[in-house]
Design a protein around this ligand. Structure first.
Ligand code: FES
Length: 131
């Protein structure tokens, strides 16, 4: 039986990222195998601190499902206003993952629900499995 704490996957300390900073991470196979089909068994993900809130997404552009970034932990446009895909330039709202411009206009990044627990940013697997 899994309790609530077991379902939390810690990504990084809450204080590690400043506003508009991102961190890549890899989901363990034990979690990926339980993901809903929409996540396409992708293990690459990232978390962003945006205005002191943490959001996590799979590192997969809705256009062709390639990784969004070309440089480690760099996901934002040059002005640090939006998440930007490095291949064709689609831009996404940092706090929703919604594509505002580009070939996947209106589609969204696959969101991983986050929660703060004991000073860490965690992925809440209970919420994710219910999607
Ligand atoms: S692959 Fe991301 S915009 Fe085309």
């Amino acid at each position: 039986m899994t309790n609530e704490i077991d379902s939390l996957y810690p990504v990084c300390p809450e204080t590690q990222l400043n506003h508009a900073e991102c961190l890549e991470f890899t989901l363990p196979e034990s979690i990926v195998s339980q993901l809903p089909d929409i996540y396409l068994a992708n293990k690459d993900a990232f978390v962003i601190n945006w205005q002191s809130q943490h959001y996590a997404y799979l590192n997969s552009c809705p256009h062709t499902h390639v990784n969004l970034n070309w440089t480690p932990n760099q996901f934002l446009d040059v002005e640090s206003h939006f998440i930007q895909c490095g291949l064709h330039g689609a831009i996404f709202e940092p706090h929703t993952g919604l594509c505002l411009r580009g070939p996947c206009l209106g589609q969204s990044l696959a969101c991983l629900p986050t929660v703060l627990h004991e000073g860490s940013v965690c992925i809440d697997m209970n919420v994710l499995k219910a999607i």
